[in-house]
Design a protein around this ligand. Structure first.
Ligand code: ADP
Length: 414
């Protein structure tokens, strides 16, 4: 049986970064990445943005050039998946039947796009956006599609709406909640995005679900929505979140209700097994010490660094401030902190100028900012979040006063 010192499961942002960071830190042992996709690690955010709209070819979204991995002796086991883990004897079994023994295992398998379960969910022309293959198969049917229905008004759905409206498609977004981005953003931001999409001709249906998808000859022709209406479409995109890809780990005895639980060192409860990225849940000081599972490049990359540091003999704990971005039309959103659980949302700047920030407070403490075309607020606001600054809404609302000067004024609270 083949033996690998550090076996990484998943070739996304987290998995790639573990290997990159280990070699940067002069780790001499053997490293292998098992990835179910046949491609070298690539950036996932462009899939719902520039890759979907055709502005960036695949080569430009690779995380490293192809040579990189071979040069650093990072063994790429692509087109293969781990189907079982033996945490006692330290080996995994691959879908191909092969067994690999490991010294340390890093689970970075991410998530699987959730599908609808209504009738017609598996018709041709119904797509999710999670992998390059998803988008490529969607693009093959794109020319014949004029009308597109997007199910889910999260970032994936809204970014896809923006990218495809650029391509002159007639778009309807169907969102089951009473506002878009309900899971991740405050209400003022939801309302702003709804108006922006509306101005670009995107029809957003809130508090609306999908009853079934109708097809003809196996291909989608429209969607029956919960208002009783029938909306014709040649293409349906489903962006309703992910399910953490953790089944083999769960079978092996890993704990966690929503993904795999990890401690501040990204260790699971299984010896020698770490978990990072979209599939890992941790207690976050930025969420009032509650358990969160973050789906972001930042989280995957920073957790990868924590694992790499420990595997090279340096103690490390994960306490990085969460950040995130989204591009839609000519709006650049940058988020720092976690806004869920806020009891106040303060507007800074001018919505009409499409340049503003929303500062989220919980019991007077700044917990997050959503900044639209306001990189300065984003950069300066980070200090308010990391220092857990307590400020008055009236001070934050005054955009003539910089966040930097506010940050300097407030004593650091630990
Ligand atoms: P993603 O990362 O895919 O955008 P999110 O969880 O952030 O995932 O957003 C998914 C959105 O889809 C949420 O706003 C949620 O309310 C919505 N949603 C989930 N299931 C359905 C459904 N069956 N029909 C319409 N909207 C849905």
């Amino acid at each position: 049986v083949k033996h690998v010192d550090v076996l990484v499961v998943g070739g996304g942002h987290g998995g790639a970064q573990v290997a990159i960071a280990l070699r940067q830190r002069k780790f001499q042992g053997s490293i292998a990445i098992v990835g179910d996709e046949p491609h070298l690690p690539y950036e996932r955010p462009p899939l719902s943005k520039e890759y979907l709209s055709g502005e960036k070819p695949f080569e430009r979204i690779l995380i490293r050039p192809p040579m990189f991995w071979a040069e650093r002796q990072i063994d790429m086991l692509l087109g293969n998946r781990v189907i079982a883990v033996d945490p006692v004897r330290h080996y995994v079994r691959l879908g191909s039947g092969e067994a690999i023994k490991y010294s340390k295992l890093v689970w970075a398998a991410g998530g699987i796009a959730r599908q609808l379960n209504c009738a017609g969910h598996d018709l041709e022309g119904v797509h999710v956006i999670r992998s390059r293959a998803d988008v490529d198969s969607m693009l093959r049917g794109m020319e014949c599609a004029n009308r597109v229905i997007i199910v889910g008004g999260g970032y994936i759905g809204l970014e896809a709406a923006a990218a495809l409206s650029k391509c002159n498609k007639k778009i309807t977004v169907v969102e089951s909640q009473d506002r878009v981005l309900a899971r991740v953003a405050g209400e003022p931001l939801s309302r702003f995005y709804e108006a922006e999409h509306c101005a670009h001709g995107v029809d957003i249906r809130l508090s609306t679900g999908v009853d079934c998808i109708k097809g003809s000859n196996g291909r989608v022709v429209g969607v029956q929505i919960s208002t009783g209406e029938y909306v014709p479409a040649e293409l349906v995109i489903v962006g309703i979140g992910i399910i953490p890809a953790i089944e083999p780990l769960r079978q092996a005895g890993a704990s966690g209700d929503n993904g795999v639980d990890v401690d501040a060192g990204c260790r699971t409860n299984l010896p020698g097994i770490f978990a990072i990225g979209d599939c890992a849940a941790h207690v976050s000081g930025f969420a009032g010490d509650t358990v969160v599972r973050l789906e972001s490049v930042q989280n995957a990359t920073d957790q990868a660094m924590i694992v790499a540091r420990q595997l090279t003999g340096e103690p490390a704990v994960y306490d990085a401030v969460p950040w995130f971005w989204s591009n839609q039309y000519n709006l650049r959103l940058q988020t720092v902190g976690l806004s869920s659980g806020h009891d106040q949302a303060v507007l800074r700047g001018h919505v009409e100028e499409r340049r503003f920030s929303i500062v989220y407070l919980r019991r007077g403490q700044v917990i997050a900012l959503d900044c639209i075309n306001s990189t300065k607020d984003y950069v300066e606001g980070r200090a308010l979040v990391t220092r857990k600054s307590v400020l008055k809404a009236s001070e934050l609302a005054d955009s003539s006063v910089s966040l930097k000067s506010l940050a300097e004024r407030v004593p650091i609270q630990l």
